[in-house]
Design a protein around this ligand. Structure first.
Ligand SMILES: [Cu+2]
Length: 353
């Protein structure tokens, strides 16, 4: 005869055996009712599944990036006046790291984004403005924003870590110095956080303004789609060959001003050569005296400057990396110079007052 203590022990044992057997049948837990998820595979196929996915695949939120729009889009923020008369410019920048971008036809890549695109928005201010940048990290990894330029140490975006899942930090500093700068994530490994796309352009204009020009931004970048720390694609503004297939329309005899930044990871240098013309080059855009009149600049990672030129003759002109490997993998574009210099520019800058 079993006494009550023994039968109690056997009951416990039986429950334990059943529970552990079920564990092997439903390793995720008995009650796990898995939801159907949508993924994009490496070759771009969209898959719906409730099962486990072994090959690296990405959630199917896609990036909507238009190089034509990005080229001439400047973000001046929400503008107001402070009591002391200073201009306040407020921005909100949201980081995400789960989106997929079709970086080239049929090539899907998990990019990490500021405000949903690579590069992030081009931020623009006038020297002396107060910038207030509310940063929200909606990613799954820790991120920050490190701005180039002059600011207090605690606004440098390096030592404070803004945690995933909605972490917040507000960067606040006076815009300066005049020039073309950048911002990027500064979380280790920085190489990965930049190569995945967490960067953008930050322009500081002089108080007295600049001569009216057709202005545009070129961020020289690339993507390492097979994770071997070598880039597979190269471009101005993310999409290989985009401005070759969709030439940039400019006017003959009109002043063109290009803010150019090299943010390329993994390669020692990048460069830019322009056909049929030469340009004034202002390194970092900090001085109003050009350092060179040339058709070619070479930039290490993080180097940037302003190019100014006018085309004398209409027609098609290439611009591209003179490092031929890069141009053959996508870093090439065309200026279509139109003979309508009698018309006013459609794209003259305004300082977003
Ligand atoms: Cu980051």
């Amino acid at each position: 005869m079993m006494n009550s203590k023994t039968s109690f022990m056997i009951s416990i044992l039986a429950i334990a055996i059943v529970a552990s057997a079920l564990y092997f049948v439903f390793p995720e837990g008995i009650s796990a009712q898995q939801e159907e998820k949508v993924f994009v595979t490496h070759n771009g196929v969209i898959v719906k599944t409730t099962g486990e996915v072994l090959d690296p695949v990405y959630a199917a939120a896609t990036v909507d990036f238009e190089p034509d729009k990005f080229l001439r889009e400047f973000n001046y923020g929400k503008v107001s006046k402070l009591e002391d008369g200073r201009t306040l410019r407020e921005f909100t920048i949201i980081a995400e790291d789960t989106k997929v971008m079709e970086i080239s036809p049929g090539v899907f890549f998990n990019v990490w984004t500021y405000n949903g695109t690579v590069p992030g928005p081009t931020i623009r201010a006038t020297e002396g403005d107060l910038l207030r940048v509310k940063f929200i990290n909606n990613g799954e990894k820790t991120h920050t924003i490190h701005f180039h330029g002059i600011h207090p140490a605690e606004m440098d975006g390096v030592f404070e870590m803004v945690g995933p899942g909605g972490g917040e930090f507000t960067y606040e500093f006076i815009a300066g110095p005049v020039g073309v700068h950048m911002y990027h994530c500064h979380v280790m490994p920085v190489e990965e956080h930049i190569a995945r796309g967490l960067y953008g352009v930050y322009i500081v204009d002089p108080k007295e303004g600049k001569p009216l020009a057709d202005e545009m931004v070129m961020v020289l970048n690339g993507f390492d789609t097979d994770f071997d720390t070598e880039n597979n694609t190269y471009a101005a503004n993310s999409v290989p060959f985009y401005y070759q297939n969709n030439p940039i329309q400019i006017n003959k005899d009109e002043l063109i001003r290009v803010y150019v930044i090299n943010i390329l990871e993994f390669d020692q240098i990048n460069n830019l050569h322009m056909h049929g013309n030469l340009f004034d080059y202002y390194p970092t855009g900090t001085y109003r005296v050009p350092s060179a009149y040339t058709d070619m600049i070479t930039l290490s990672q993080g180097e940037r400057g302003i190019m100014e030129f006018k085309y004398e003759y209409p027609g098609k002109y290439l611009f591209h990396a003179h490092k031929v490997e890069f141009s053959e993998k996508g870093w090439v574009g065309i200026f279509q110079v139109n003979d309508n210099s009698d018309q006013e520019s459609q794209t003259g800058i305004e300082y977003g007052s």
